[in-house]
Design a protein around this ligand. Structure first.
Ligand code: C2E
Ligand code: MG
Ligand code: MG
Ligand code: MG
Length: 282
């Protein structure tokens, strides 16, 4: 019976794996078409001043409007885009689209705030990184102070010397640089100290169980102490409750991002938030 069960289990897994492989292949094929047929859009999530609720910046988050599947989460398609190399043109599209949108808002007289784009390690190491960003700024006429870049810890820590040169070049274009999902990767503190970065983003997994979870609270306090010591700004991601906000605010976390303030919004809805300027939450 045990043998029988083992056999069934084996067959069950192969069938599942086969389905996953087929599913993945179809996602991959659709992704190629999606780039050609511009099925991507950016949504924008505000980052607010913890003390006042004023919107001071935003994060652009990629959304795929699949003709049949509906909205596909980046958690599903970014890894596929990374493995196939499609992430390079996709990341360049994200930069261009964010710059284009901000230039339009500026022309419309909106109180525009800087927008951060996410770049994967592949984008960061791509030969075309600097020229594509410079081209996006130049062709849209957007002043570079409006463009921020988020890079994960692992993207910048892999080859620190190379990373240092690239980060320096991005800074000399005039961009602000953030380390995303901070605390989930492995950072050499002496390397971090030398990098020309502006902000650390505390990963949502540490914010989630605040204020009750003792280990989450200590990690957040440690990241805040580190950031303050290095003179870096801090954004807490995934802030959903007033209790989380109060905990973070009392420990001098400067910026908040999360559903408490706003979910990521389509461009037109976000433009409305920009006009309001302040997201008060009490
Ligand atoms: P991330 O850069 O850490 O982005 C934050 C994620 O947390 C976003 O998920 C956002 O919608 C979500 N989030 C924000 N506030 C809350 C909250 O209060 N509660 C909860 N539960 N979630 C919150 P999203 O949009 O699904 O993106 C997931 C990840 O996909 C991003 O994590 C980023 O790593 C990647 N990604 C998204 N857009 C891009 C892109 O344009 N390029 C690249 N390379 N990666 C992207
Ligand atoms: Mg991010
Ligand atoms: Mg993040
Ligand atoms: Mg995260």
């Amino acid at each position: 019976a045990a043998k029988q069960r083992g056999r069934n289990t084996y067959e069950f897994f192969t069938e599942t794996m086969q389905l996953q492989a087929v599913e993945r292949l179809s996602l991959e094929q659709d992704l190629v078409r999606a780039v050609e047929q511009s099925q991507f859009v950016l949504h924008y999530q505000p980052q607010v001043d913890a003390a006042t609720g004023r919107i001071v910046s935003a994060e652009a988050l990629l959304r795929w409007e699949h003709p049949l599947r509906g909205m596909v989460s980046p958690v599903q398609f970014i890894p596929v885009a990374e493995e196939t190399g499609l992430i390079v043109p996709l990341g360049e599209w994200v930069v261009m689209e964010a710059c284009r949108q901000m230039a339009v808002w500026l022309a419309e007289g909106l109180p525009v705030v800087p927008v951060a784009v996410n770049l994967s390690a592949h984008n960061f190491r791509s030969d075309s990184l600097l020229t594509s960003i410079a081209y996006a700024l130049e062709s849209t006429g957007l002043p570079s102070r409006y463009l921020h870049v988020e890079l994960t810890e692992s993207a910048v820590m892999q080859e620190p010397e190379q990373a240092m040169a690239t980060l320096g070049a991005l800074k000399s274009l005039g961009l602000m640089l953030s380390i995303d999902d901070f605390g989930t990767g492995y950072s050499s503190l002496s390397t971090l100290k030398q990098f020309p970065i502006d902000l650390l983003k505390i990963d949502r997994s540490f914010v989630r169980d605040l204020p009750d979870d003792a280990s989450g609270a200590s990690i957040v306090e440690a990241i805040l102490a580190l950031a303050h010591a290095l003179g870096l700004g801090v954004v807490a991601e995934g802030v959903e409750t007033l209790a989380q906000r109060d905990f973070l605010r009392s420990r001098r976390c400067g910026l908040m991002q999360g559903y408490l303030y706003s979910r990521p919004q389509p461009a037109d809805v976000f433009a409305g938030l920009l006009r309001e300027g302040v997201l008060r939450r009490e």
